[in-house]
Design a binder for this molecule. Sequence first.
Ligand code: CA
Length: 243
Amino acid sequence: MEITKKALVIEDEENIAELLQMFLEKDGYVVRIAADGRSGLEQAKSFAPDVILLDIMLPKLDGVQVLKRLREEDGATPVIMLTAKSEPYDKVFALESGADDYITKPFVPKEVIARVHAVSRRTERAADETRNNKILEFDKLLINLDSYVLLVDGKKIETPPKELELLYHLAKAPNRVFTRNQLLDEVWGFDYFGDSRTVDVHIKRLRYKLDGVSDQWTLKTVWSIGYKFETERDASDSDETLI
Ligand code: CA
């Protein structure tokens, strides 16, 4: 499936907005224009753009306020500020306001597109890293160790930190068998004062939350060894990998 990229241009000067729209559409973007700060904010929510080009001097709500609110609500969308030499705002001001980049008016098309590409690459990479490092997704299961959130079938399930860390540790290496002692060392730490029953108790609580949710993964006991997070796909085509 081809993914359409969306750009939102928040700019009250019609000719500049249309010029930007033209450049961006030529580059394959679907573009919307907002002519004031307030409608810009609304469109940022409803249109969910991949990138926002934001003028500073805007009616109703200026660019700085728009950016501030955007960052409060959703920190992820890259924002490029449009600054003008004639206005008392420079690149430092734009970047300190929380913009990802800036473009000085008057601009050349090539530069606009280059900047849009650069911030998109940057945020995509950042998102990938977050996904790879701290968020695991399986059928009806999302483990987010950045914000310590567990979503089961789309619902947030209250889970104590160690329980979530244990689940994350197992799910990060699907189908790998961990011994209780390994889990104690790796999740609780070497100097943790406790025994392997600690692991059993936590697994039991996790099972209570996770059993029967999906047929594509399960928290499995490997008899006399320990535990694994078994996934359907790998279980069928690989032999048991013991440590
Ligand atoms: Ca303006």
